[in-house]
Design a binder for this molecule. Structure first.
Ligand code: ATP
Length: 366
């Protein structure tokens, strides 16, 4: 187990800057998720850590030791790819033992290690089969076993669950989390699935356009998004964000079609300092309540029910407020009808305000 540090790392492919001047600390023995949309730079970041790509600029350290110019096999890492990349002509036993044979370990040691890791991942009864004779979930475990058999100090995973069906993904994700915890290994996990990152990681690193947008524990990234990108990438449904006018003539207030919202404290100060006549207002779907009558606290907006989506445990109600469609998570007993007039009520401490140009959250800028 080691910590990983990236110092001002940039990776260019021709004119494309896939990873742009990234500073990052991956903690020792923890589960870190690299989360972002397609093309955001996740895989490039992982391959830089693995040593498959060399940085165009910057340095990579493992436990303080510069590994920037070391090859993948000199870094003591285990890699699991999205498509597993198992050798089809080799039995499971030979697939798992491959890295140890490459390292010319004694036969008895190899046999002991393969059986140990196969038992841990509950594939010991499959050692005699070929990959083609396994289910997707079993192949995934074999790939994981092959990565773990060398006892790597860092386990790198690139969307390892994306080829599995939804049920299996849920099961394996909790097993993987438990396994990482039991082994105490430093794990780095690339995913575009925000729910996977929230569920599994000790630390989430959100990346877009090759730039880190935010890093922190799942709860912090969820509750305190630093910008509109993070707020609307994380959460299901994600945060609602819509533009509104600002009145700065007296105390700074956000003008809404039905009334106004005047923030207090630091948020009021920052809205005044921003000095712009519009702002982006945001809130999470679970933080709003639907009422039949207007309330007084926080933000209250009148709207019309646009769609109702019952999901069993909760109901997603989409409400049209002025030009925006806003989503609210309501309890299963909700009996809203399409076309009905409702009032959205968002408590004051759940309202987020973003700079309309930089899209940064006013609560977290200096
Ligand atoms: P996905 O989820 O689709 O795999 P990603 O977040 O992993 O996306 P990367 O594969 O890291 O994204 O790609 C980041 C950017 O770098 C993209 O614009 C991509 O087109 C570009 N890129 C990646 N690899 C290469 C390459 N070998 N040559 C040229 N451009 C590349």
């Amino acid at each position: 187990m080691v910590s990983v540090q990236l110092i001002k790392v940039t990776k260019k492919f021709g004119n494309v800057i896939a990873v742009n001047n990234v500073d990052l600390e991956i903690p020792d023995g923890k589960f870190t998720a690299i989360l972002g949309p397609s093309g955001g730079g996740k895989t490039t970041l992982l391959y830089l850590i693995a040593g498959i790509y060399k940085p165009t600029k910057g340095r990579i350290l493992f436990d303080g030791r510069d590994v920037t110019h070391l090859k993948p096999n000199e870094r003591n890492i285990g890699l699991v790819f999205q498509n597993y990349a198992l050798y089809p002509h080799m039995k499971v036993y030979d697939n798992i033992s491959f890295p140890l044979r490459l390292a010319r370990k004694p036969k008895s040691y190899i046999d002991k290690k393969v059986k140990e890791v196969a038992r841990m991942l509950q594939i010991h009864h499959l050692l005699d089969r070929y990959p083609g004779q396994l289910s997707g979930g079993q192949q995934q475990r074999v790939a994981l076993a092959r990565a773990l058999v060398k006892e790597p100090s860092v386990l790198l995973m690139d969307e390892p669950l994306s080829n599995l069906d939804a049920m299996l993904r849920l099961r394996i994700r909790s097993e993987l989390k438990r396994l990482q915890r039991d082994l105490g290994i430093t794990a780095i996990y690339v995913t575009h699935d925000q729910s996977e990152a929230l569920a599994m990681a000790d630390k989430i690193v959100v990346i877009n356009n090759g730039v880190i947008q935010q890093e922190g524990p799942p709860n912090e990234v969820y509750r305190k998004p630093r910008n509109v990108f993070v707020a609307t990438f994380i959460g299901s449904p994600p945060a609602n964000v819509f533009p509104a006018k600002v009145d700065l003539t007296e105390e700074p207030c956000v003008i809404l079609s039905s009334g106004k919202f005047c923030p207090r404290g630091i948020l009021a100060e920052r809205l005044r300092r921003l000095g712009k006549d519009t702002v982006l207002v945001g809130f999470r779907p679970e933080d709003a309540m639907l009422r039949d009558k207007p309330g007084h606290n926080g933000i209250v907006m009148e709207g019309e029910v646009y769609t109702v989506e019952p999901l069993g445990r909760e109901v997603i109600v989409t409400v049209r407020v002025d030009g925006s469609l806003l989503k609210v998570l309501a309890p299963p007993s909700t009996a809203e009808r399409v076309g009905k007039t409702v009032y959205l009520s968002i408590p004051r401490d759940k309202v987020m305000l973003f700079d309309p140009d930089t899209e940064e959250n006013l609560a977290f800028i200096d």
